[in-house]
Write a protein that binds this ligand. Structure first.
Ligand SMILES: [Zn+2]
Length: 339
């Protein structure tokens, strides 16, 4: 069968490899669509995390952990899944014609309702991540949120806030790509800020207002209830660190910061404002049941539009081009590979 094989930094080749067999607790999926994730880019560019992200081969490994397809084989211990089922899955090795998936019920294999397309279902994993991140912040009616990073996760956070929290006050999206920001606006962000042109820490208090800090009354803190950091730390970007900006933007005492973006390097931070304002910093990683099922229902009911986020589609033969396009953050949102 054909597969995209990752060998090292910026080295992905489409090759013939052996068709995989399955264990008793697994299914074999004929892959129809597979997304390239932000984490795949850390791997593609820097060679990071490949043991977590690739199905290993004797040489190199097959990336792709968010994909959809048709079940063609079912292991003897697997219950509730049949040959012919259409599924969205989270596993490894999705950038190939066939991928073995060890089934963790309710978690990594979700059956697709008939009205959901393979393309939409390939975006289920990032949506489940966004849903998890959005809810970690405990958003409630009337609050303001700032979402740093209008990639697939940040845009999904905007979608989940819009779909699930009634009467949210303001959602402000910050990114460095005008393209992605206009997408954020389309999906429901009330305000957008291009951080390469304007300082979010100056502009945001003008949008949401600010109030004195209880233990430092000469200082003002913006009325931002939740900051979502869907950027993390990307080496060699000239902009100030998002996590530091998040700390200065969070509201006194009840402000929360949800960190989902990955850090490519250790960073040094001024934590004093976090301590004085008593801000909560919350990590967010992956998702937990029943979030994948909830995410599928958000897609099925059209509470969120995932097709609009798919900016490019490539064949397996064009895997390298697909990765390069996903690296081009200005022009791409979600790139799919369709074996
Ligand atoms: Zn992912």
């Amino acid at each position: 069968m054909k597969a995209a094989v990752f060998y090292g930094s910026r080295d992905v080749r489409t090759e013939e490899v052996e068709k995989p067999g399955i264990e008793d607790n697994a299914i074999l999926v004929n892959v129809k669509a597979c997304g390239i994730c932000g984490s795949d880019l850390h791997m593609y560019k820097l060679g990071l995390f490949n043991e977590m992200l690739c199905r290993p081969l004797e040489q190199g490994g097959i990336p792709g952990h968010e994909f959809s397809g048709e079940v063609v084989e079912v292991g003897s211990q697997v219950e509730g899944i049949e040959v012919g089922d259409r599924v969205a899955t989270v596993s490894m090795g999705g950038m190939s014609e066939y991928a073995p998936v060890t089934v963790i019920p309710g978690f990594n294999v979700i059956k697709m309702p008939p009205e959901v397309s393979f393309e939409e279902a390939a975006t289920l994993e990032p949506l489940a991540n966004s849903l998890h991140a959005a809810m970690r912040g405990n958003p409630v009616q009337g609050e303001n949120a700032v979402v740093f990073g209008a990639g697939i996760i940040g845009l999904g956070v905007v979608q989940c806030l819009k779909a699930l929290v009634p009467d949210f006050n303001k959602i402000i999206a910050v990114d460095v790509s005008d393209n992605r920001l206009s997408m954020a606006k389309k999906l429901g962000a009330d305000e957008i800020i291009n951080a390469s042109a304007e300082d979010p820490c100056e502009k945001i208090p003008k949008i949401v207002g600010s109030a004195p800090v209880m233990f430092q009354p000469t200082e003002q803190a913006p009325a931002v209830d939740i900051v979502y950091d869907c950027v993390g730390y990307i080496k060699d970007r000239p902009e100030p660190q998002v996590i530091q900006q998040a700390i200065s933007l969070a509201r006194d005492f009840t402000g929360r910061i949800v960190v989902h973006g990955i850090f490519e390097e250790n960073v040094s931070l001024d934590l004093l404002p976090m301590i004085v304002k008593q801000v909560d910093i919350l990590g967010s990683y992956g998702f937990m049941p029943p979030e994948p099922e909830q995410a599928m229902e958000l897609i099925r009911s059209k509470a969120v539009d995932r097709l609009g986020l798919i900016s490019h589609e490539f064949s397996l033969d064009q895997a390298k081009e697909a990765f390069e396009m996903q690296c081009n953050v200005n022009d791409s949102v979600k790139v799919l590979i369709k074996p």
